[in-house]
Design a protein around this ligand. Sequence first.
Ligand code: 7RM
Length: 666
Amino acid sequence: MGTDAGAMASDSSLEHELEAMLEIEKFEPPAEFRERANWSDPAIYDEAAADPVAWWTARSKELLDWDIEPTEGLNDSDPPFYKWFEDGRINASAQCLDRHVAAGIGDRVAYHWRGEEGEERDVTYADLHRDVQRFANALKDLGVDKGDVVGIYLPMIPEVAVAMLACARIGAIHNVVFGGFSAESVRERMEFADAKALVTVDGARRKGKTAPIKEQVDEQMGSVDSLKTIVVVRATGIDVPMTDGRDVFYDEVCAAADPECPAEPMEAEHPLFILYTSGSTAKPKGILHTTGGYLTGAATTHRYVFDLKPETDVYWCAADVGWITGHTYIVYGPLANGATSVMWEGAPDYPHQGVWWENVERYKATILYAAPTAIRTFIKWGADIPAKFDLSSLRLLGSVGEPINPKAWLWYHKVIGGERCPIVDTWWQTETGGIMITPLPGITATKPGSATTPFPGVKAEVVDEKEGEPLAEGQGLLMLERPWPSMLRTLYKEDDRFIETYFSKFGKERYLVGDAARRDSDGYFWVIGRIDDVVNVSGHRLSTAEVESAIVAHESVAEAAVIGQTDEDTGQAICAFVTLRGGTEPSKDVEAGIREAVATRIGKFARPKRIVWADDLPKTRSGKIMRRLLRDIAEGRALGDVTTLRDPDVMAELEAKIAEESDDES
Ligand code: 7RM
């Protein structure tokens, strides 16, 4: 009781302080930070803008050691199929490992890995170099060739980085699926990509429990014809079913493989990976990234946005490797730069709610990169939890995945950053490969809630929706107006969809982001959110269509419409309007069944938070569901234009339903 009262008192005075800080418009980089920053001269922006291709080419040569240096920067002869550094040769795994070992820093820790139960493994660059070579040879022995697709479905263990780099070493294209996705999602992503092999795990630990991953994978993978091999990492030691002639253990194939696997220089445009992400339709998009340009973007932004000093920093990106943030800022960026990272296996509240801060203290982390949803959760748990740990090692904080509300920004700044750490709010996407709009911590004055301005060499605009005219100030569509090295090259095996999705609105030279944004009088960008049917739950991208198709798979469901509803914890939450088949009455059982159907088909994180039973859905005369009206009603706003509805009464009925719902709550 006593401590609770104390915590509440301090929380309410903190609340007042944050309230007062909302008045501060701009936060200048602290002088002591600026003095030591990798970049502190704003002239860098002009230099890059004067000749962006030459500027990116110079960064590429500064931060990477090409086997054959490119003679050309950008090939823009066939937009939107841009090529970068086309005649250069480079191997991503050699850039991340061999050159550091050769430079004598092989014993530097690449990952301080920490497991859920407190286990620790320090993995050095030399360790990774050894393991990657063996696994690369093992993949070859298993028949994986250059250009083949290899699925990776692993939890946050060092083997995930080994598997990615082993693919890169032999020119196989990795296709990582986030561990939170269901086995069914994995199957779909293996099918779409014609994956030849899948690397997975016996079981995955989550908050003290072990999920039988291999068993779940087995239930799905029989029908994937292209799949010849499943490699199983023994991470938990649980018993697993193995199919003769298809399944092998990671440790056994590595032990049997040749220890030396020289890295083969790849063409700069050789595909490095595919990563599936949600779009407007139910079918996920296979974002394709290639080697030289992607690595250039990853290394450059990682070094300069995070002001990385590889010799002294301890960097922690608290994302999962299964998302683009993990690809670029846990694996390729940090390893290319020779950084020492923290890799945390678990959840933020296991074994206790202070475990992140315990990790910061334990490894003396200097840079922390996290999502606003995590920060909002920590705010809810209370400032007294981080206060128990020594966070004085931190010197820079980052945010990614969704807009950060100013209050959360200020809390992060004050409670975690001790008011001394600049915050970099980084806007980017799976498609962009790396950070695009962000402060430079030694240069940019930050405003809480704004990702500020484009990275050097990047040209972004907010344009009016109809004509695509850039707006000096005000709200419109966010566009990227010039190619950049780490941009997606296409949607895997769907070139037409690539053009249609990103380059059909205002032409083939202007990339349509899919976000709405605002520019203020200083030219700062404020990203508002998606304009398409993409919902962002805790920084996880989901399409309303894919959740709907999972819901209608339930036998009792006739029709479903899904919207993203503003949520104070997760940014947006899934709200589903469901009509049941005749004869089925709404019940807790049906509700549980629907949630289960979504968990099985997509993953637990996609389960609807709220289900509204509807007798009918608002549709236009041509039968399109008007999600805009559902959004209005779910958020308790006045309804917009309903005149295009086939049956305007539907809305009145739904409004009555929503009113009933809130009566139930009170
Ligand atoms: C890195 C990542 C991309 C979408 C993007 C935005 C939203 C990401 C920010 C942000 C406001 C940010 N890739 N988004 N970062 N919105 N401020 N700093 O998240 O492909 O999974 O999602 O996420 O809507 O289009 S992603």
